[in-house]
Design a protein around this ligand. Sequence first.
Ligand code: 13P
Length: 388
Amino acid sequence: MAASMTAKSSAFLAPRALVPQAPAGAPRGRPVHWEVRCGAYDEELVATANSIASAGRGILAMDESNATCGKRLDSIGVENTEDNRRTYRELLVTTPGLGQYISGAILFEETLYQSASDGRTFVQCLKEQNIVPGIKVDKGLVPMTNSNGESWCQGLDGLAQRCAEYYKAGARFCKWRSVVSIPGGPTPMALRDCAYGLARYAAIAQEAGLVPIVEPEVLLDGDHDIDTTFKVAQDIWAETFKYLADNKVLFEGILLKPSMVTPGAECPKRESPETVADYTLKMLKSRVPPAVPGIMFLSGGQSEMEATLNLNAMNQSPNPWHVSFSYARALQNSVLKTWQGDASNSKAAQEALIKRAKANSMAQLGKYDPAEESAEAGKGMYEKGYTY
Ligand code: 13P
């Protein structure tokens, strides 16, 4: 990485304090690895991360690949065409008042370049509501040879160029989802690959001005108990932070997207929101430095209500970081069911989105009251072997 700095970065004072400097008396005349962070966008990365991690707000994940979006549309009898995907996403990004509860929206590449029917780009629609546009940059999971049926995440090739293009198109943060699976027992090889890939991605994204969401999802598949999930989550986050540090990623300019620590989906012993919150926070407090601005959980197949109740339980006392949501299924399920592909239902579907976004906003503040929830909000969305 070049050590040169732009005029923009040299005008910003904080990163000099954030970037480790060589201690006085350090040996001279050989490469000093602690001084090589480029950091041209550091000021902006910190500002973007903090604006996404703002009180009472979280992320709308709407970055389903075309195939996964197709499955969603299929569930309501709508054909998977580019225009139907665009129409559905238009409904989401033009929801009046969304910016009060949503600070960022993760888009799929196709969606980043699409526009609403009134001619405004989706990026403009989001910015007008003070919602930061984000983009999924990984290229998906493929089977890992010689593993316990595990996967690895593709997408580092050409990533720097893609990130530069996405920044030009208006994206300011991005997501890379890698997974850890428990049923076969995660192999050290798969844990290391997941952590190292996330760290390389995060460094490349920051160099292009995008705040990286770091997402090593511990999958729900399996009948293991909550203690097993706890142990695996500790292992993957320990490795992830080791490699983030090795890759000189600026912790103040990232966001995390962990799974909550829960029992496996097929474990007969279920746990209360208070227990899930205790385990999850204990795990994160032992692994995540307070320099990280925000923890934005994924919903991972929990029901809409379960995801909200668990988040609420985690915000009953102050945390070292903003603890919020980055949900796809737990924000969109009732929206899709209400919409049914019929324009005359669009307003009601937007109201359903506001209802979920507001419930999660209250949960971010620790003030959620489930009394008015519908039966639909309590239905689980777990799918064995789910791909995103
Ligand atoms: P879910 O909330 O549906 O698990 O989505 C997770 C995700 O990674 C989307 O960005």
